[in-house]
Design a binder for this molecule. Structure first.
Ligand SMILES: CC(C)(COP(=O)(O)OP(=O)(O)OC[C@H]1O[C@@H](n2cnc3c(N)ncnc32)[C@H](O)[C@@H]1OP(=O)(O)O)[C@@H](O)C(=O)NCCC(=O)NCCS
Length: 151
C-alpha cells in the first residue's frame, strides 16, 4: 500500500493548511487567501494536499497552481516542518507535472524570494531554471521556469 495519498483540498482543511503555512512560509498566505484558492470555481486553480494513506484528514503538505492557457504558475508548495526532506515535496511537484502533461501545458513558471535559497535548490532539482541571474533581478523575487509539453 502507498504510504501517502494526494487529494483535493476542501474548505474543512483550512485550519491544518493555515497552521502549516504559518510554520513554513516566511510570508504566509492569509486564511482568506487560502480559502479563496481552495474554493476557486473557474477550474483554473488547483489545490491539492498530501496525507498519510492511513489518515486522509491529516495534512502533511500541499500544492497550489493555476493554469492559464498553455502556461502554469506554481503559487504555493509547502511541506510541514517535521515532514520535510522525506521526498514529499518532490511527490507533490511530480504530481503537478503529470497533471500538466495530460493538459498539454507548455511552460511552468513561479516566483521565488531571492533569499529563499532552499526553495531555489529544490526547484532546480525539479528541473526549473532561473529566467535571469539573481544579481540582475530587480525587486525581491526571481522568476524560475521550465519547458513542459512541446508539440
Ligand atoms: C521546498 C519544500 C516544498 C521541499 O519539500 P521537501 O519535502 O522538503 O523536499 P524533498 O524531500 O521532496 O526533496 C526533493 C529534492 O529537493 C532537494 N531539496 C529539498 N530541500 C532542499 C534544500 N533545503 N536544499 C537543497 N536541496 C533541497 C532534496 O535534496 C531532493 O533532491 P533529490 O530529488 O535529488 O533527492 C519544503 O522544504 C518547504 O515546504 N519549504 C518551506 C516552504 C517554501 O519555501 N516553499 C517554496 C516557496 S513557495
Amino acid at each position: 500500500m502507498a504510504r501517502w495519498i494526494l487529494r483535493k483540498a476542501v474548505p474543512a482543511d483550512i485550519d491544518s493548511i493555515k497552521s502549516i503555512e504559518e510554520r513554513v512560509q516566511s510570508c504566509p498566505w492569509s486564511k482568506e487567501g487560502l480559502l479563496r484558492e481552495i474554493n476557486e470555481k473557474s477550474g483554473k486553480t488547483h489545490f491539492w494536499c498530501i496525507c498519510p494513506s492511513t489518515n486522509t484528514s491529516e495534512i502533511l503538505g500541499y500544492i497550489c497552481f493555476r493554469i492559464l492557457g498553455r502556461e502554469c504558475y506554481l503559487l504555493n508548495i509547502s511541506v510541514d516542518k517535521s515532514c520535510q526532506a522525506k521526498g514529499i515535496g518532490r511527490l507533490l511537484f511530480r504530481f503537478m507535472i503529470k497533471f500538466l502533461d495530460r493538459r498539454k501545458v507548455q511552460r511552468l513558471a513561479l516566483d521565488v524570494h531571492k533569499e529563499n535559497e532552499d526553495a531555489m535548490s529544490f526547484y532546480s532539482r525539479q528541473g526549473l531554471s532561473l529566467a535571469a541571474p539573481v544579481g540582475e533581478v530587480r525587486g525581491n523575487f526571481c522568476v524560475m521556469e521550465m519547458k513542459l509539453f512541446q508539440e
